[in-house]
Write a protein that binds this ligand. Structure first.
Ligand code: NAD
Ligand code: USQ
Length: 382
Protein backbone atom coordinates (compact mmCIF):
# COMPACT_ATOMS: atom_id res chain seq x y z
CA UNK A 1 0.00 0.00 0.00
CA UNK A 2 1.02 3.62 -0.47
CA UNK A 3 1.08 5.17 3.00
CA UNK A 4 1.67 8.84 3.77
CA UNK A 5 2.94 9.35 7.32
CA UNK A 6 2.16 12.90 8.40
CA UNK A 7 4.39 13.86 11.33
CA UNK A 8 6.93 11.25 10.21
CA UNK A 9 9.90 13.14 11.69
CA UNK A 10 8.46 12.77 15.22
CA UNK A 11 8.70 10.07 17.90
CA UNK A 12 5.82 7.80 16.82
CA UNK A 13 5.90 8.83 13.16
CA UNK A 14 9.57 8.10 12.52
CA UNK A 15 9.37 4.60 14.03
CA UNK A 16 6.16 3.94 12.07
CA UNK A 17 7.49 5.17 8.71
CA UNK A 18 10.53 2.87 8.94
CA UNK A 19 8.45 -0.08 10.16
CA UNK A 20 5.95 0.22 7.30
CA UNK A 21 8.74 0.72 4.76
CA UNK A 22 10.51 -2.39 6.08
CA UNK A 23 7.30 -4.37 5.63
CA UNK A 24 7.14 -3.51 1.95
CA UNK A 25 4.71 -0.57 1.92
CA UNK A 26 5.50 2.46 -0.28
CA UNK A 27 5.98 5.14 2.35
CA UNK A 28 6.30 8.91 2.22
CA UNK A 29 6.82 11.28 5.13
CA UNK A 30 5.18 14.68 5.31
CA UNK A 31 6.39 16.93 8.14
CA UNK A 32 6.85 20.67 8.69
CA UNK A 33 9.73 19.99 11.14
CA UNK A 34 7.96 22.39 13.50
CA UNK A 35 8.63 20.12 16.48
CA UNK A 36 12.38 20.69 16.09
CA UNK A 37 11.58 24.42 16.04
CA UNK A 38 9.43 24.24 19.22
CA UNK A 39 12.27 22.40 21.00
CA UNK A 40 14.66 25.17 19.98
CA UNK A 41 12.24 27.88 21.13
CA UNK A 42 11.76 26.23 24.53
CA UNK A 43 15.51 25.46 24.71
CA UNK A 44 14.89 21.76 25.29
CA UNK A 45 16.34 18.84 23.40
CA UNK A 46 15.74 15.14 22.92
CA UNK A 47 17.98 12.87 25.00
CA UNK A 48 19.15 11.28 21.77
CA UNK A 49 21.04 13.09 19.02
CA UNK A 50 18.58 12.91 16.10
CA UNK A 51 19.96 13.48 12.62
CA UNK A 52 18.35 15.86 10.09
CA UNK A 53 15.47 14.14 8.30
CA UNK A 54 17.26 14.06 4.92
CA UNK A 55 20.26 12.26 6.46
CA UNK A 56 17.97 9.83 8.26
CA UNK A 57 16.24 8.93 5.00
CA UNK A 58 19.50 8.64 3.06
CA UNK A 59 20.82 6.25 5.70
CA UNK A 60 17.64 4.18 5.52
CA UNK A 61 18.07 3.93 1.75
CA UNK A 62 21.77 3.00 2.05
CA UNK A 63 21.03 0.28 4.60
CA UNK A 64 17.92 -1.27 3.09
CA UNK A 65 17.70 -0.12 -0.54
CA UNK A 66 14.24 1.29 0.30
CA UNK A 67 13.21 4.83 -0.53
CA UNK A 68 10.94 6.99 1.61
CA UNK A 69 9.71 10.12 -0.19
CA UNK A 70 9.78 13.40 1.72
CA UNK A 71 7.39 16.36 1.65
CA UNK A 72 8.46 19.20 3.92
CA UNK A 73 5.65 21.61 4.70
CA UNK A 74 2.71 22.45 6.93
CA UNK A 75 -0.65 20.70 6.61
CA UNK A 76 -2.29 24.00 7.56
CA UNK A 77 -1.06 25.20 4.12
CA UNK A 78 -3.83 23.66 1.99
CA UNK A 79 -2.19 24.05 -1.43
CA UNK A 80 1.01 22.37 -0.17
CA UNK A 81 -1.07 19.52 1.25
CA UNK A 82 -3.05 19.08 -1.97
CA UNK A 83 0.12 19.13 -4.10
CA UNK A 84 1.75 16.49 -1.89
CA UNK A 85 -1.32 14.24 -2.10
CA UNK A 86 -1.57 14.67 -5.87
CA UNK A 87 2.07 13.65 -6.22
CA UNK A 88 2.07 10.71 -3.81
CA UNK A 89 -1.52 9.42 -4.17
CA UNK A 90 -1.66 7.48 -0.87
CA UNK A 91 -4.07 4.62 -0.17
CA UNK A 92 -3.83 5.50 3.53
CA UNK A 93 -2.82 8.62 5.44
CA UNK A 94 -1.48 8.10 8.96
CA UNK A 95 -1.85 11.42 10.74
CA UNK A 96 0.59 12.00 13.63
CA UNK A 97 1.32 15.64 12.68
CA UNK A 98 0.05 17.65 15.64
CA UNK A 99 1.26 19.60 18.68
CA UNK A 100 1.05 16.77 21.19
CA UNK A 101 2.08 18.12 24.59
CA UNK A 102 -0.54 18.93 27.24
CA UNK A 103 1.84 21.24 29.19
CA UNK A 104 2.82 23.10 25.95
CA UNK A 105 -0.87 23.82 25.32
CA UNK A 106 -1.26 25.20 28.87
CA UNK A 107 1.73 27.63 28.82
CA UNK A 108 -0.42 30.65 27.95
CA UNK A 109 -3.10 31.86 25.53
CA UNK A 110 -0.69 31.89 22.57
CA UNK A 111 0.28 28.25 23.07
CA UNK A 112 -3.33 27.17 23.55
CA UNK A 113 -4.32 28.94 20.33
CA UNK A 114 -1.29 27.60 18.47
CA UNK A 115 -2.10 24.04 19.59
CA UNK A 116 -5.75 24.18 18.64
CA UNK A 117 -5.25 26.02 15.34
CA UNK A 118 -2.36 23.77 14.28
CA UNK A 119 -4.21 20.59 15.22
CA UNK A 120 -7.82 21.36 14.33
CA UNK A 121 -7.15 23.23 11.07
CA UNK A 122 -4.48 20.77 9.94
CA UNK A 123 -6.85 17.87 10.49
CA UNK A 124 -9.75 19.69 8.82
CA UNK A 125 -7.53 20.40 5.79
CA UNK A 126 -6.74 16.68 5.57
CA UNK A 127 -10.46 15.85 5.61
CA UNK A 128 -11.16 18.32 2.78
CA UNK A 129 -8.12 17.14 0.83
CA UNK A 130 -9.27 13.51 1.05
CA UNK A 131 -12.79 14.49 0.00
CA UNK A 132 -11.55 16.56 -2.98
CA UNK A 133 -8.63 14.43 -4.19
CA UNK A 134 -8.74 10.88 -2.82
CA UNK A 135 -12.22 10.03 -1.54
CA UNK A 136 -11.32 6.36 -1.12
CA UNK A 137 -8.18 7.03 0.98
CA UNK A 138 -8.33 5.68 4.57
CA UNK A 139 -7.47 8.20 7.29
CA UNK A 140 -5.72 6.67 10.30
CA UNK A 141 -5.75 9.46 12.85
CA UNK A 142 -3.89 9.53 16.15
CA UNK A 143 -6.25 10.51 18.92
CA UNK A 144 -5.64 10.02 22.61
CA UNK A 145 -7.05 8.09 25.56
CA UNK A 146 -7.11 11.47 27.30
CA UNK A 147 -10.16 12.40 25.21
CA UNK A 148 -12.24 10.36 27.68
CA UNK A 149 -10.76 11.83 30.86
CA UNK A 150 -11.28 9.74 33.99
CA UNK A 151 -15.01 8.91 34.27
CA UNK A 152 -16.28 6.81 37.16
CA UNK A 153 -17.58 4.13 34.75
CA UNK A 154 -15.88 1.76 32.30
CA UNK A 155 -14.49 3.39 29.14
CA UNK A 156 -15.69 1.75 25.91
CA UNK A 157 -14.00 2.00 22.49
CA UNK A 158 -15.48 5.19 21.10
CA UNK A 159 -19.19 4.52 21.61
CA UNK A 160 -21.52 3.69 24.50
CA UNK A 161 -25.04 2.30 24.44
CA UNK A 162 -27.32 4.31 26.72
CA UNK A 163 -30.92 3.77 27.82
CA UNK A 164 -32.68 6.97 28.70
CA UNK A 165 -36.36 7.46 29.54
CA UNK A 166 -37.21 4.11 28.02
CA UNK A 167 -35.32 4.65 24.74
CA UNK A 168 -31.92 3.30 23.72
CA UNK A 169 -29.15 4.53 21.42
CA UNK A 170 -25.44 3.98 20.74
CA UNK A 171 -23.71 7.34 21.04
CA UNK A 172 -20.17 8.74 21.03
CA UNK A 173 -18.61 8.07 24.44
CA UNK A 174 -18.65 11.26 26.59
CA UNK A 175 -15.44 13.30 26.46
CA UNK A 176 -13.87 15.03 29.49
CA UNK A 177 -10.37 16.00 28.35
CA UNK A 178 -7.85 17.53 30.73
CA UNK A 179 -5.92 20.15 28.70
CA UNK A 180 -6.31 22.40 25.66
CA UNK A 181 -4.19 19.83 23.81
CA UNK A 182 -6.48 16.94 24.75
CA UNK A 183 -9.44 19.13 23.80
CA UNK A 184 -7.95 19.64 20.32
CA UNK A 185 -8.13 15.86 19.84
CA UNK A 186 -11.81 15.85 20.81
CA UNK A 187 -12.49 18.59 18.25
CA UNK A 188 -10.62 16.51 15.64
CA UNK A 189 -12.68 13.42 16.45
CA UNK A 190 -15.93 15.34 16.02
CA UNK A 191 -14.78 16.76 12.68
CA UNK A 192 -13.71 13.35 11.40
CA UNK A 193 -16.96 11.71 12.49
CA UNK A 194 -18.95 14.41 10.72
CA UNK A 195 -16.88 14.07 7.52
CA UNK A 196 -17.43 10.30 7.50
CA UNK A 197 -21.15 10.79 7.96
CA UNK A 198 -21.74 13.48 5.33
CA UNK A 199 -19.07 12.70 2.72
CA UNK A 200 -18.69 8.95 3.20
CA UNK A 201 -14.99 9.14 4.13
CA UNK A 202 -13.38 6.14 5.83
CA UNK A 203 -11.49 6.81 9.08
CA UNK A 204 -9.97 5.11 12.10
CA UNK A 205 -9.42 7.18 15.24
CA UNK A 206 -6.73 5.57 17.38
CA UNK A 207 -7.14 6.70 20.97
CA UNK A 208 -3.58 6.04 21.97
CA UNK A 209 -2.30 5.87 25.55
CA UNK A 210 1.14 7.06 26.70
CA UNK A 211 3.92 5.58 24.56
CA UNK A 212 7.18 4.39 26.15
CA UNK A 213 10.48 3.01 24.90
CA UNK A 214 12.74 4.10 22.11
CA UNK A 215 14.06 1.13 20.19
CA UNK A 216 12.27 -0.61 17.38
CA UNK A 217 13.88 -3.12 15.07
CA UNK A 218 14.39 -0.39 12.46
CA UNK A 219 15.45 2.61 14.58
CA UNK A 220 17.98 0.38 16.34
CA UNK A 221 19.73 -0.52 13.07
CA UNK A 222 22.05 2.49 13.02
CA UNK A 223 22.94 5.55 15.11
CA UNK A 224 21.68 7.82 12.29
CA UNK A 225 18.23 6.20 12.54
CA UNK A 226 17.94 6.85 16.27
CA UNK A 227 14.54 8.05 17.47
CA UNK A 228 13.85 11.08 19.64
CA UNK A 229 13.35 10.52 23.39
CA UNK A 230 11.92 13.50 25.27
CA UNK A 231 12.58 13.93 28.98
CA UNK A 232 11.88 17.63 29.66
CA UNK A 233 8.91 18.90 31.67
CA UNK A 234 6.99 19.95 28.55
CA UNK A 235 7.40 17.13 26.03
CA UNK A 236 8.68 14.26 28.21
CA UNK A 237 6.04 11.68 29.20
CA UNK A 238 5.76 9.75 32.44
CA UNK A 239 7.65 6.46 32.07
CA UNK A 240 10.30 7.71 29.62
CA UNK A 241 10.94 10.66 31.93
CA UNK A 242 11.27 8.41 34.99
CA UNK A 243 13.91 6.23 33.30
CA UNK A 244 15.99 9.26 32.34
CA UNK A 245 15.58 10.78 35.81
CA UNK A 246 16.76 7.49 37.32
CA UNK A 247 19.79 7.44 35.02
CA UNK A 248 20.99 10.88 36.17
CA UNK A 249 20.17 10.36 39.85
CA UNK A 250 17.25 12.82 39.90
CA UNK A 251 14.36 11.85 42.22
CA UNK A 252 11.39 10.61 40.18
CA UNK A 253 8.81 13.38 39.78
CA UNK A 254 5.45 11.91 40.77
CA UNK A 255 2.86 14.69 40.55
CA UNK A 256 0.66 14.67 43.67
CA UNK A 257 -0.63 11.36 45.04
CA UNK A 258 0.41 9.36 41.94
CA UNK A 259 -2.90 7.48 41.73
CA UNK A 260 -3.47 8.94 38.24
CA UNK A 261 -4.05 5.84 36.09
CA UNK A 262 -3.41 5.76 32.35
CA UNK A 263 -3.20 3.34 29.44
CA UNK A 264 0.35 2.77 28.21
CA UNK A 265 2.02 0.92 25.35
CA UNK A 266 5.47 0.10 24.03
CA UNK A 267 6.51 1.99 20.88
CA UNK A 268 6.95 -1.42 19.20
CA UNK A 269 3.20 -1.88 19.66
CA UNK A 270 2.43 1.63 18.34
CA UNK A 271 3.97 0.76 14.98
CA UNK A 272 2.19 -2.60 14.83
CA UNK A 273 -1.18 -1.04 15.72
CA UNK A 274 -0.79 1.40 12.84
CA UNK A 275 0.04 -1.45 10.47
CA UNK A 276 -3.06 -3.32 11.66
CA UNK A 277 -5.26 -0.27 11.09
CA UNK A 278 -3.77 0.36 7.63
CA UNK A 279 -4.13 -3.28 6.55
CA UNK A 280 -7.78 -3.41 7.71
CA UNK A 281 -9.34 -0.19 6.41
CA UNK A 282 -12.60 1.23 7.73
CA UNK A 283 -15.63 0.96 5.44
CA UNK A 284 -16.71 3.97 3.37
CA UNK A 285 -18.68 6.23 5.72
CA UNK A 286 -17.40 4.44 8.82
CA UNK A 287 -15.83 6.33 11.74
CA UNK A 288 -14.09 3.59 13.67
CA UNK A 289 -12.52 4.09 17.10
CA UNK A 290 -9.89 1.82 18.66
CA UNK A 291 -8.39 2.28 22.13
CA UNK A 292 -4.66 1.87 21.51
CA UNK A 293 -2.92 0.84 24.73
CA UNK A 294 -1.89 -2.51 26.15
CA UNK A 295 -1.83 -2.06 29.96
CA UNK A 296 -3.10 0.26 32.67
CA UNK A 297 -0.74 1.63 35.32
CA UNK A 298 -0.89 4.29 37.98
CA UNK A 299 1.93 6.83 37.94
CA UNK A 300 3.03 5.62 41.39
CA UNK A 301 3.20 2.02 40.02
CA UNK A 302 5.43 3.21 37.19
CA UNK A 303 7.75 5.03 39.58
CA UNK A 304 8.05 1.91 41.77
CA UNK A 305 8.81 -0.27 38.74
CA UNK A 306 11.59 2.11 37.65
CA UNK A 307 12.97 2.20 41.19
CA UNK A 308 13.16 -1.61 41.31
CA UNK A 309 14.62 -1.95 37.82
CA UNK A 310 17.16 0.76 38.66
CA UNK A 311 18.21 -1.06 41.85
CA UNK A 312 18.80 -4.22 39.79
CA UNK A 313 21.46 -2.40 37.75
CA UNK A 314 22.98 -0.55 40.69
CA UNK A 315 21.11 2.78 40.48
CA UNK A 316 19.85 4.28 43.72
CA UNK A 317 16.46 5.72 42.75
CA UNK A 318 14.39 8.01 44.99
CA UNK A 319 10.74 8.82 44.42
CA UNK A 320 9.48 12.33 45.19
CA UNK A 321 5.86 13.38 45.33
CA UNK A 322 5.84 16.98 44.14
CA UNK A 323 3.00 19.52 43.96
CA UNK A 324 0.84 18.61 41.01
CA UNK A 325 1.14 21.38 38.37
CA UNK A 326 -2.00 20.02 36.64
CA UNK A 327 -5.65 20.00 37.58
CA UNK A 328 -6.64 16.31 37.51
CA UNK A 329 -7.93 13.56 39.78
CA UNK A 330 -5.05 11.94 41.68
CA UNK A 331 -7.08 8.90 42.84
CA UNK A 332 -9.86 7.59 40.62
CA UNK A 333 -11.56 4.63 38.97
CA UNK A 334 -10.14 3.80 35.54
CA UNK A 335 -11.11 0.78 33.50
CA UNK A 336 -10.82 1.11 29.72
CA UNK A 337 -11.55 -1.50 27.04
CA UNK A 338 -8.87 -2.32 24.48
CA UNK A 339 -9.97 -5.45 22.64
CA UNK A 340 -10.44 -4.25 19.07
CA UNK A 341 -6.74 -4.13 18.07
CA UNK A 342 -6.10 -7.44 19.89
CA UNK A 343 -8.99 -8.99 17.92
CA UNK A 344 -7.29 -7.83 14.72
CA UNK A 345 -4.03 -9.55 15.71
CA UNK A 346 -2.02 -7.29 18.04
CA UNK A 347 0.32 -9.33 20.26
CA UNK A 348 1.37 -6.86 22.95
CA UNK A 349 4.86 -6.32 24.30
CA UNK A 350 3.92 -5.96 27.98
CA UNK A 351 6.08 -3.81 30.25
CA UNK A 352 8.84 -6.11 31.43
CA UNK A 353 11.99 -5.95 33.51
CA UNK A 354 14.02 -6.41 30.34
CA UNK A 355 12.36 -3.40 28.65
CA UNK A 356 12.96 -1.24 31.73
CA UNK A 357 16.52 -2.50 31.92
CA UNK A 358 17.15 -1.66 28.26
CA UNK A 359 15.53 1.79 28.57
CA UNK A 360 17.55 2.57 31.70
CA UNK A 361 20.77 1.49 29.98
CA UNK A 362 19.86 3.55 26.93
CA UNK A 363 19.22 6.59 29.17
CA UNK A 364 22.53 6.00 30.94
CA UNK A 365 24.36 5.92 27.60
CA UNK A 366 23.13 9.40 26.65
CA UNK A 367 22.85 10.95 30.13
CA UNK A 368 25.64 13.42 29.37
CA UNK A 369 23.15 15.24 27.12
CA UNK A 370 20.59 15.82 29.90
CA UNK A 371 19.94 19.38 31.07
CA UNK A 372 18.85 18.81 34.69
CA UNK A 373 17.17 22.26 34.76
CA UNK A 374 14.54 20.98 32.33
CA UNK A 375 13.33 18.10 34.50
CA UNK A 376 10.99 19.79 36.97
CA UNK A 377 7.65 20.95 35.55
CA UNK A 378 7.39 24.72 34.95
CA UNK A 379 3.92 24.93 33.38
CA UNK A 380 0.95 25.15 35.74
CA UNK A 381 -2.68 24.58 34.76
CA UNK A 382 -3.97 27.40 37.00
P1 NAD B 1 6.11 14.44 18.03
O1 NAD B 1 6.02 15.84 18.49
O2 NAD B 1 7.35 13.67 18.32
O3 NAD B 1 5.85 14.36 16.45
C1 NAD B 1 4.86 15.11 15.80
C2 NAD B 1 5.40 15.49 14.43
O4 NAD B 1 4.38 16.21 13.72
C3 NAD B 1 6.62 16.40 14.51
O5 NAD B 1 7.67 15.90 13.73
C4 NAD B 1 6.11 17.75 13.99
O6 NAD B 1 7.10 18.49 13.31
C5 NAD B 1 4.96 17.32 13.07
N1 NAD B 1 3.91 18.35 12.92
C6 NAD B 1 3.24 19.00 13.89
N2 NAD B 1 2.37 19.88 13.36
C7 NAD B 1 2.50 19.79 12.01
C8 NAD B 1 1.87 20.45 10.91
N3 NAD B 1 0.96 21.41 11.09
N4 NAD B 1 2.22 20.09 9.64
C9 NAD B 1 3.17 19.13 9.44
N5 NAD B 1 3.80 18.48 10.45
C10 NAD B 1 3.46 18.80 11.72
O7 NAD B 1 4.83 13.67 18.63
P2 NAD B 1 4.62 12.10 18.87
O8 NAD B 1 4.93 11.80 20.28
O9 NAD B 1 5.26 11.33 17.79
O10 NAD B 1 3.05 12.01 18.71
C11 NAD B 1 2.48 11.77 17.41
C12 NAD B 1 0.97 11.73 17.50
O11 NAD B 1 0.56 10.70 18.37
C13 NAD B 1 0.36 13.02 18.04
O12 NAD B 1 -0.82 13.31 17.31
C14 NAD B 1 0.02 12.69 19.47
O13 NAD B 1 -1.08 13.43 19.90
C15 NAD B 1 -0.29 11.21 19.39
N6 NAD B 1 0.01 10.52 20.66
C16 NAD B 1 1.27 10.50 21.17
C17 NAD B 1 1.52 9.84 22.38
C18 NAD B 1 2.89 9.79 23.01
O14 NAD B 1 2.99 9.26 24.12
N7 NAD B 1 3.94 10.30 22.38
C19 NAD B 1 0.47 9.21 23.03
C20 NAD B 1 -0.82 9.25 22.48
C21 NAD B 1 -1.04 9.91 21.28
N1 USQ C 1 3.03 12.85 35.45
C1 USQ C 1 3.74 12.76 36.63
N2 USQ C 1 5.06 13.05 36.60
C2 USQ C 1 5.72 13.41 35.46
C3 USQ C 1 4.99 13.48 34.26
C4 USQ C 1 3.65 13.21 34.30
O1 USQ C 1 3.19 12.44 37.70
O2 USQ C 1 6.92 13.68 35.53
C5 USQ C 1 1.59 12.52 35.44
C6 USQ C 1 0.69 13.62 34.90
O3 USQ C 1 0.27 14.49 35.92
C7 USQ C 1 -0.45 12.82 34.30
C8 USQ C 1 0.21 11.53 33.83
O4 USQ C 1 1.44 11.45 34.55
O5 USQ C 1 -1.37 12.48 35.30
C9 USQ C 1 0.49 11.47 32.36
O6 USQ C 1 1.26 12.60 31.98
P1 USQ C 1 2.21 12.53 30.68
O7 USQ C 1 2.92 13.83 30.57
O8 USQ C 1 3.00 11.29 30.70
O9 USQ C 1 1.12 12.34 29.52
P2 USQ C 1 0.02 13.32 28.94
O10 USQ C 1 0.21 14.71 29.35
O11 USQ C 1 -1.33 12.71 29.20
O12 USQ C 1 0.32 13.25 27.38
C10 USQ C 1 0.97 12.14 26.73
C11 USQ C 1 1.36 12.60 25.35
C12 USQ C 1 0.09 12.94 24.57
C13 USQ C 1 -0.87 11.77 24.59
C14 USQ C 1 -1.16 11.30 26.01
C15 USQ C 1 -1.92 9.99 26.06
O13 USQ C 1 2.22 13.73 25.42
O14 USQ C 1 0.45 13.27 23.22
O15 USQ C 1 -2.05 12.15 23.98
O16 USQ C 1 0.09 11.04 26.69
S1 USQ C 1 -3.04 9.92 27.40
O17 USQ C 1 -2.32 10.20 28.64
O18 USQ C 1 -3.63 8.61 27.41
O19 USQ C 1 -4.02 10.97 27.15
Amino acid sequence: MRVLVIGGDGYCGWATALYLSNRGHDVAILDSLVRRHWDAQLQVNTLTPIAPIQQRLQRWHDLTGKTIDLFIGDICDYSFLINSLQQFKPDAIVHFGEQRSAPFSMIDREHAVLTQSNNVIGNLNILYAIKEELPDCHLVKLGTMGEYGTPNIDIEEGYITIEHNGRKDTLPYPKQPGSFYHLSKVHDSHNIQFACKVWGLRATDLNQGIVYGVLTEETGMDELLINRLDYDGVFGTALNRFCIQAAIGHPLTVYGAGGQTRGLLDIRDTVRCIEIAVNNPAEAGEFRVFNQFTELFSIADLAHKVKEAGAAIGLKVEINSIDNPRVELEEHYFNAKNTKLIDLGLQPHYLSDSLLDSLLNFATKYKGRVDANEILPKVKWK
